[in-house]
Design a protein around this ligand. Structure first.
Ligand code: COA
Length: 266
C-alpha cells in the first residue's frame, strides 16, 4: 500500500475512488465525478495540497480530503473514505492519516510559515452497514470532542492547545418569489461525487413521489452563481415552494414529510 498526494497527474483517481464500480458508466455518476473534477482542480490551484489517495497494487482504494482554515490556523479534514469492503481494515485510512500528520510537522505558507495548531473534523454518518464510522476512526486516533458538538473532533498539534469551534451565524435561505410553486435543486462543483447522483437525484425522486407534477428546476453553481448566491444555499441544497428542506434525504420519511409541509404552506 502506498499513499500519494493529489497532483494534476492523479487527480482523476481522486474523482473516481468513491464511485461504485458498477456505476462508473452511469450518466448521473459520470456527471457527479465531473463535478468533483471541477472542484478538485480548483482546490489544487488554491491550496496545492488538499487530498491524498491510498493505492494497493496501483488501484486507488481510499482517500482523505482536507483544507486549511488560515484564520483559525487549523487544518480541517473534510472526508476520509475507504469505500470497498475488500480493502477495509488493511491500514489504508491509517496510512492516509499518518501521511497528513507528517505534512503537519512542516510550517505552512498559509499559516505565515507556522505549523497548524490542530486537525479538526466534523464527522457524519456516511458509513455503509458493517463499515467502520469516521467518528470511531478519529476517536481511535486520539481526537477529542471540541466544544458541545459531539461530532466536532480535534487533535491538538501543539501541546496544551484546546480547540473551541467558532460558532458561525447559520446562513439561512433567502426566499425568492420565483421559487414559489416549484422545486429548486442546487448542483455544481463539489468534493463528493455522490452529491448529484446519490443525493440530489434521490431528492428529485422522493419529491416526485409526493407531487408528480411540480416543476423541478436545476441551478448549477458553476453557471448560475448569482442565483445561487442570492439564495445563499450551497451545492446539494433543495428548495421546495420557497422553503429550504433541511431533512437528510436518506431519512426518506422525514424528508418527504418536510416536502409535504412545504407544499401545503401555499
Ligand atoms: C473509517 C474508515 C476510513 C477506516 O478505513 P480502513 O482503511 O478500514 O481503516 P484502517 O485499516 O486504517 O483501520 C483503522 C482502525 O480502525 C479499526 N477498524 C476499521 N474497520 C473496523 C471495523 N469494521 N470494526 C472495528 N474496527 C475497525 C482498525 O482495527 C484500526 O484500529 P487500530 O488503529 O486500533 O488498529 C472506513 O471504514 C470508512 O471509509 N468508513 C466510512 C467513513 C465515512 O463515513 N466517510 C464519509 C463518507 S462520504
Amino acid at each position: 500500500m502506498i499513499v500519494k498526494d493529489i497532483t494534476e497527474e492523479n487527480i482523476e483517481d481522486l474523482c473516481q475512488v468513491c464511485v461504485p464500480p458498477a456505476k462508473k458508466e452511469h450518466p448521473d455518476w459520470v456527471r457527479g465525478a465531473g463535478e468533483k473534477k471541477k472542484w478538485a482542480v480548483d482546490m489544487l490551484q488554491k491550496w496545492g495540497s488538499f487530498a491524498k489517495v491510498a493505492y494497493t497494487d496501483d488501484i486507488p482504494v481510499g482517500m482523505i480530503q482536507y483544507k486549511p482554515i488560515p484564520e483559525e490556523r487549523i487544518v480541517s479534514i473534510d472526508c476520509i473514505y475507504v469505500p470497498r469492503d475488500k480493502y477495509w481494515r488493511k491500514g489504508a485510512a491509517t496510512q492516509l492519516f499518518f501521511s497528513l500528520m507528517e505534512d503537519m510537522k512542516k510550517p505552512l505558507s498559509y499559516f505565515d510559515n507556522k505549523r497548524a495548531l490542530a486537525l479538526v473534523t466534523r464527522t457524519f454518518p456516511g458509513e455503509e452497514p458493517g463499515q467502520y464510522s469516521a467518528y470511531n476512526f478519529f476517536r481511535g486516533k486520539g481526537f477529542k470532542q471540541a466544544g458541545e458538538d459531539p461530532d466536532c473532533l480535534y487533535l491538538p498539534l501543539k501541546t496544551g492547545f484546546t480547540y473551541q469551534p467558532v460558532t458561525k451565524k447559520e446562513v439561512e435561505y433567502v426566499p425568492q418569489e420565483e421559487d414559489r410553486g416549484q422545486v429548486l435543486l442546487i448542483c455544481g462543483p463539489t468534493g463528493c461525487p455522490g452529491t448529484y447522483p446519490y443525493f440530489l437525484k434521490r431528492m428529485e425522486k422522493y419529491i416526485r413521489e409526493v407531487d408528480s407534477k411540480i416543476p423541478v428546476r436545476w441551478l448549477d453553481s458553476s453557471k448560475d452563481l448569482e442565483k445561487v448566491k442570492e439564495r445563499q444555499i450551497d451545492t446539494g441544497g433543495c428548495i421546495v415552494n420557497a422553503k429550504h428542506i433541511k431533512s437528510f434525504v436518506l431519512d426518506k420519511e422525514s424528508f418527504q414529510k418536510e416536502v409535504r409541509v412545504a407544499l401545503e404552506a401555499g
